[in-house]
Design a protein around this ligand. Structure first.
Ligand SMILES: Cc1ncc(COP(=O)(O)O)c(C=O)c1O
Length: 442
């Protein structure tokens, strides 16, 4: 490992170049590729491209490969299940992996009382299902969601999303009845207040202004919220934010729906990020890290909320048996050691970034929990002018140095490695990042 990352061709290399050319011809141009990485195989945190270059992966395939790429125990579970049953459809038939996984998730989810689980194939599907379930259960038509939120790209999930206009351009009209409100983005407070003197003005505004002027609270079905905003910039709200917002929800019979698609499954050092905030959501949406890369989405809700009838919602592929067995192996690994590792290594990563922040003026804010960590780049620490070009150039240059990173928000870089990351890998990432930031914005 000492000699890795290993970059021995120009990037992209000759094989990658050919494949990218074909991709441009045949694959949808709607995807967002930051840099020309063509992956052949991967193990742990190390990704090999088609030309034999080896990269240190601090993206985990967009916060998905919780147990590292191709963890042997996950692969074993997948192979074993693939020999038995690939598909039957949990919509119309029963099979054990789906039932066992539902029981596991229902018991894991925070909060008292019995829970039930619905399975889909992706984050957007989990959100879509949560949206529909809330409407079914409450018979209410209005919803609150947050600016900066990303909940997915299907029409319902997209309607809740308020991250970038390109995601919505030409897709209107979307699902009506959704009001977006400001998130507790304290580094750039939308109300120009400072925490804690603000006494959470952003939460009070919902009850004091919104519910008094335009939105009758008894018509609101959900407050849809990411415990820590993901695509929006890995924004961690103040400790009381969710508790206070949830209090308002409870007061008016509104369901508090936590989109834990990115923040869940141990990434923040707890199984569900909402546990950091002491809130038991009414509904939780899960995907990404749940099955270490196999497609699976899930929503878990209290049994009395999941009162929809047969035929009201389902998916042919949802709860695929191979994905369910991958999820069970993933959860076992998270509970054994990886969740704790996420907390320990996350602290090391944050400490390292705080140190680098002292010598790099452009690192305006360092924030996160566990292995959900971001740096926000600014041109000037006083004006906080966003440094978008620096951010983009740093990501591209890190790739050339063998470190895979992704952006989030307008001007931030996220660090979301697999939960198997070790000390040497954290230190290697920090050292490459330091060099790259110095070169681009030093
Ligand atoms: C918080 C959150 N919700 C939903 C989604 C959508 O998930 P998917 O891309 O699997 O549909 C994402 C994806 O990034 C996400 O981060």
């Amino acid at each position: 490992m000492k000699k890795w990352p290993l970059i021995h061709t120009p990037l992209p290399g000759p094989k990658a170049r050919k494949l990218i050319h074909q991709d441009r011809t045949y694959v949808s141009p709607s995807y967002t590729r930051y840099y020309p990485l063509v992956v052949e195989k991967a193990k742990g945190l190390w990704v090999h491209d088609v030309d034999g270059n080896i990269f240190l992966d601090f993206t985990a395939g967009i916060a998905v490969c919780a147990t590292g790429h191709c963890h042997p125990r996950v692969i074993k579970a997948i192979k074993k299940q693939a020999d038995l049953l690939l598909h039957m459809s949990g919509t119309d038939f029963y099979y054990k992996p789906q039932i066992v996984l539902a029981k596991k998730i229902a018991h894991m989810a925070p909060g008292k009382g019995s829970k039930k689980v619905y399975f889909g194939n992706s984050g957007a599907e989990a959100v879509e299902a949560a949206f529909k379930l809330a409407r079914w259960h409450t018979k209410r038509e209005l919803n609150l969601a947050f600016y900066g939120a990303f909940h997915g790209r299907t029409m319902g999930a997209l309607s809740l999303t308020a991250s970038k206009t390109i995601q919505k351009k030409h897709y209107n009209p979307l699902v009506p009845g959704i009001t977006h409100i400001p998130y507790a983005y304290c580094y750039r407070c939308p109300y120009n207040l400072s925490y804690p003197e603000c006494e959470l003005g952003c939460v009070r505004w919902v009850e004091d202004t919104l519910f008094r002027t335009t939105i009758p609270p008894e018509e609101v079905a959900t407050i849809f919220v990411e415990p820590i905003q993901g695509e929006g910039g890995y924004i961690v709200p103040p400790p009381e934010f969710h508790r206070e917002m949830n209090k308002i929800a409870k007061k008016y019979g509104i369901l508090y729906v936590a989109d834990e698609v990115q923040s869940g499954m141990g990434r923040t050092g707890k199984m569900f990020a909402m546990e950091h905030f002491g809130v038991d959501p009414d509904i939780i949406a899960l995907a990404k890290g749940i099955a270490s890369g196999m497609p699976l989405g899930a929503l878990v809700a209290r049994a009395e909320i999941m009162d929809w009838e047969a035929g009201s919602h389902a998916s042919t592929f949802g709860g695929n048996p191979v994905s369910c067995m991958a999820a069970l192996a993933t959860i076992e690994l998270l509970e054994e050691e990886l969740m704790e590792n996420a907390a320990v290594q996350g602290n090391r990563l944050m400490d390292g970034l705080f140190k680098l922040q002292q010598s790099h003026e452009c690192m305006g804010d360092v924030r996160g929990k566990g292995l959900m960590v971001a740096v926000e780049f600014v041109k000037d620490r006083n004006t906080k002018e966003p440094a978008r070009t620096w951010r983009n150039d740093i990501i591209k240059h890190a790739f050339r140095k063998g470190l895979l990173l992704l952006g989030c928000g307008e001007n931030s870089i996220r660090f979301c490695p697999s939960l198997t990351v070790n000390t040497a890998e954290i230190d290697k990432c920090l050292s490459i990042f330091d060099d790259v930031v110095r070169k681009i914005a030093g």
